[in-house]
Design a protein around this ligand. Structure first.
Ligand code: NCD
Length: 341
């Protein structure tokens, strides 16, 4: 799988450019029904408000033992060309919480694609059986390509290489909103693999919709946000402060968002070893740099960049609310897209 991954950001950005040139992203514009979900750029603050209000209702449905039939009679297909457990499980659970059916394929790269079928054909086949398709792929732009090919059903991007992971971005924002009651005037820290981490590409894009947000970006030089991303987000009004030392983490940030160094995006293992786990959340670091209300987030899986004895701290939300919000947000999003809410 890793061999045909576009780890070269410039090639990846170029690919995004040509794809979006063909089909500009469709804005939600307060109507989610039948829309593809490809990027956080499709949302406005009021679209997010609508989604998060419904997300709260979905939480009550999920914790309530009574089954819901909001998505009854719908079929959602999960087409995963790249490994996943969390996102895959979260989508499956979200659909089943609402009484919908799921047909799920993991390891798609080993089946029809391996026989040489084009992505377009795969999409045209599966849209015939379903009401929505969720796709994950190792190449940037694949969800857009699938959306271009689909004529009947909406496509949801569940991660396209180092591009975006919009539903993760949405759940991250829902988690910040739940804790702090706002998405503007925030100070946050993003740490780890800012170059290749698609989740944070979506989350930062989402935060750029709001005023007065300051983000500290902590990473080794090699894993800095791409200059294209940096310039784009700065132009949108985000204040980005790049730091390479934990000592420069601001006191009392509203959130820390730690990420895994994306091993599978590296051309060589030696390059990965040089930059992995440079920054680790420890109890000591929390004591020195975190505030009372700083939430500690991570998209998971973590592979050593947050020590496990931090888990019990009430500020650590990665194995608690952040995970659960993923299911609630996906429930809300699917209900809206399928026209059931
Ligand atoms: C992330 C992903 O797949 O991009 N996982 C997830 O969906 N929660 C993060 C990662 O793999 O590091």
């Amino acid at each position: 799988l890793t061999q045909h991954i576009l780890s070269d950001t410039i090639a990846a950005r170029y690919y995004i450019d040509i794809m979006t040139e063909i089909s500009p992203l469709e804005k939600i514009n307060s109507n989610f029904k039948n829309k593809d979900i490809l990027s956080l750029d499709q949302f406005s603050p009021s679209d997010l408000k609508k989604l998060f209000t419904l997300t709260k209702k979905m939480k009550t449905i999920a914790v309530n033992a009574k089954p819901s039939d909001i998505l009854k009679g719908t079929i959602t297909i999960l087409l995963f060309f790249e490994p996943s457990s969390r996102t895959f499980g979260s989508f499956s659970a979200a659909i089943q919480q609402l009484g919908g059916s799921v047909i799920a394929f993991q390891g798609m790269g080993n089946s029809s694609a391996a026989k040489g079928e084009t992505l377009e054909d795969t999409i045209r086949v599966f849209e015939g059986y379903s009401d929505a398709i969720v796709i994950r792929h190792s190449e940037v732009g694949t969800a857009q390509k699938a959306a271009n090919a689909a004529t009947l059903v909406p496509i949801i991007n569940a991660g396209d290489g180092i591009g975006e992971h919009p539903t993760q971005g949405l759940l991250d924002m829902a988690t910040i909103y739940e804790k702090h009651g706002r998405l503007d005037n925030l100070t946050g820290v993003f740490a780890g693999d800012l170059l290749n981490g698609r989740t944070l590409h979506s989350t930062i894009r989402g935060l750029s919709l709001f005023k007065n947000n300051t983000l500290y970006l902590l990473s080794p030089k090699q894993l800095q946000l791409s200059r294209e991303h940096y310039n784009e987000f700065t132009q949108r009004g985000l204040k980005l402060i790049e730091i390479t030392n934990e000592k420069d983490i601001p006191a009392n940030a509203d959130f820390w968002y730690w990420t895994r160094v994306q091993k599978e995006r590296f051309k060589s293992l030696a390059d990965y070893e040089k930059v992995k786990n440079k920054f680790i959340v420890t109890k000591k670091l929390m004591k020195e740099r975190a505030g009372k209300e700083t939430i500690i987030m991570h998209p998971l899986p973590r592979v050593g960049e947050i020590e496990s004895d931090v888990d019990d701290d009430r500020r650590a939300v990665y194995l608690r609310n952040q995970i659960r919000n993923g299911m609630y947000v996906r429930m809300a999003l699917l209900a809206l897209i399928l026209g059931k809410a």
